[in-house]
Ligand binder design. Structure first.
Ligand code: GDP
Length: 420
C-alpha cells in the first residue's frame, strides 16, 4: 500500500444523512473491515445456519465500537482503492470536526459530502461546505444518499443535486470541482458497482470517483515548521520537545529557533518511535534534543523553524473567517480563544474589515457593525499573548485556526497576512 499516494479524506454532511454508513460501506467494499469483525460475523452466521455477509452487521459492529469509545480506531479508518491509500481524517459523529480538521492529525485534501435524498440540504450540510471551502478542500464528491428511500427516483435526485449546486455556488465552489452520484450507502448502490436501480445514471461509482481525485500536492518546499506539542526532560539527554513536522525537514546539526518563546540552538539528535533517525519530514512525529535549551525556555504552542527563517510571530493578523454558530452577534472587541496548530491563545477581533458575499466572494459591506452565524468576513485580530502563525498562502499547514467560545467551535478561518 505504501506505493500508492496518500489521500486524507473528510466525510462531511448533516447528522443522520449516512456518513458513518458510507464509511462502513467503503471499508467493506474495499476489504478493509477489521478481521475480528468479519470473524465474529462468520461465527454468528454459521451458528444461525446462514451464509453470507450482512452489511448491516458490519455497521452495527462499527457503531458498537464507537459506543465503547474506541474513537481513535474509528477516527482513523483507512482503506485503499486502486489508485490511493485513504485515511478518513474526521469521522462521522465527531463533535469536534472543525477543531480536528485544523489542529488534528491531518488536514483533509478532498471530501465526500453526504446529502440524504429524502432530506436535501440541511444546516450542517451548509456549515460543512462553508468550512471545506475555508479550509482549502480542493474537490468534493457529492453522494446523494438514501436513494432507496425515494424509490430511486431520477427527479428527486436532480432536485437534490440542484439544491447542492446552489449551495456550492454560494461559497464559490465551482460545480466542476464536484461530482454528483446517486447512492444508497446502506444497500450499496453505485458505491463499488453500477446499480441496476438507477438505470438513468451512467456516471461514476463512489469508488471510481475516489480513484479519479486529483493527486494531493506534495508538501511544499516550505521551511521547517514543527509546532511543539509537549516538552519533556529526560535524564541523561536533557530537554526534549516533541511534535509533528508540518513542513520542511529537521536533522542533527540544524540551527533552529522556537517562536514565540524566542529560544534557539543546535539540534543534537532527532528520534522517531524511540529510535534515532538522521532526519524527519512532513507528517513525522518526532522528539528531538537541542543544545543549550532548558525545559522552561520553550513551551507547547511554540513553533520550531530554521534560525535563518524563523516562524512568524503576529503582532496582529488579518484573516478570513466563517461564523458557524454563535448565539448572538460578533462585534469588534470580542476576545474568544483561537486554536491554531498546538497553540491556544485569547485573541481580540480588533476590527471587522469587510463582510464577504458568499455567492460572489466579493466584498458585500465595508466595516460592518457586526457579523453572525452564516457570515463570512475579513477581520483584523490581535493575539493577547504572542502567537506564531503564518499566512495560509505561504504555509497552509500553519495558516488556519478555529475560534472557540462557550465550549464550542464558533468559527473557523485562514490567515491572509501577518503583521510582525
Ligand atoms: P451519520 O450521522 O451521517 O453518520 O448517519 P448514519 O450513517 O449514522 O446513518 C443514519 C441513519 O440512516 C442510520 O439509521 C442508517 O442506517 C440510515 N442510512 C444511512 N444510509 C442509508 C441509506 O442509504 N438508505 C437507508 N434506507 N438508510 C440509510
Amino acid at each position: 500500500m505504501a506505493d500508492k499516494p496518500h489521500q486524507n479524506l473528510a466525510v462531511i454532511g448533516h447528522v443522520d444523512h449516512g456518513k458513518s454508513t458510507l464509511v462502513g460501506r467503503l471499508l467493506y467494499e474495499t476489504g478493509n473491515v477489521p478481521e475480528h469483525v468479519i470473524e465474529q460475523q462468520r461465527e454468528e452466521a454459521e451458528a444461525q445456519g446462514k451464509g453470507g455477509f450482512e452489511f448491516a452487521y458490519v455497521m452495527d459492529n462499527l457503531a458498537e465500537e464507537r459506543e465503547r469509545g474506541v474513537t481513535i480506531d474509528i477516527a482513523h479508518q483507512e482503506f485503499d482503492t486502486d489508485e490511493y491509500y485513504f485515511t478518513i481524517v474526521d469521522t462521522p459523529g465527531h463533535r469536534d470536526f472543525v477543531k480536528n480538521m485544523i489542529t488534528g492529525a491531518s488536514q483533509a485534501d478532498n471530501a465526500v459530502l453526504v446529502v440524504a435524498a429524502d432530506d436535501g440540504v440541511q444546516p450542517q450540510t451548509q456549515e460543512h461546505v462553508f468550512l471545506a471551502r475555508t479550509l482549502g478542500i480542493d474537490q468534493l464528491i457529492v453522494a446523494i444518499n438514501k436513494m432507496d428511500l425515494v424509490d430511486y427516483e431520477e427527479s428527486r435526485y436532480h432536485e437534490a443535486v440542484e439544491e447542492v449546486k446552489g449551495l456550492l455556488g454560494q461559497v464559490n465552489f465551482s460545480t466542476e470541482d464536484a461530482g454528483f452520484i446517486p447512492v444508497s450507502a446502506f444497500e450499496g448502490d453505485n458505491i463499488a458497482e453500477d446499480s441496476e436501480n438507477t438505470p438513468w445514471y451512467d456516471g461514476e461509482t463512489v469508488l471510481e470517483a475516489l480513484n479519479d481525485l486529483p493527486e494531493p500536492q506534495p508538501p511544499t518546499d516550505a521551511p521547517l515548521r514543527l509546532p511543539i506539542q509537549d516538552v519533556y526532560t529526560i535524564s541523561g539527554i536533557g530537554t526534549v520537545p516533541v511534535g509533528r513536522v508540518e513542513t520542511g525537514t529537521i536533522e542533527g546539526g540544524d540551527n533552529v529557533s522556537f517562536q514565540p518563546s524566542d529560544a534557539s540552538g543546535e539540534v543534537k539528535s532527532v528520534e522517531m518511535h524511540h529510535e534515532e533517525v538522521p532526519s524527519a519530514g512532513p507528517g513525522d512525529n518526532v522528539g528531538f534534543n537541542v543544545r543549550g535549551i532548558g525545559k522552561d525556555d520553550i513551551r507547547r504552542g511554540d513553533v520550531c523553524g530554521p534560525a535563518e527563517d524563523p516562524p512568524k510571530v503576529a503582532e496582529t493578523f488579518q484573516a478570513q473567517v466563517v461564523v458557524m454558530q454563535h448565539p448572538s452577534v460578533i462585534t469588534a472587541g470580542y476576545t474568544p480563544v483561537f486554536h491554531a496548530h498546538t497553540a491556544q491563545v485569547a485573541c481580540t477581533i480588533e476590527s471587522i474589515d469587510s463582510k464577504i458575499d458568499p455567492s460572489s466572494g466579493e466584498v458585500a459591506e465595508e466595516e460592518p457593525d457586526f457579523i453572525q452565524s452564516g457570515d463570512a468576513a475579513v477581520v483584523t485580530v490581535r493575539p493577547q499573548k504572542p502567537l506564531s502563525i503564518e499566512p495560509s498562502s505561504e504555509i497552509p499547514e500553519l495558516g488556519s485556526f478555529a475560534i472557540r467560545d462557550m465550549g464550542q467551535t464558533i468559527a473557523a478561518g485562514k490567515v491572509l497576512s501577518v503583521n510582525q
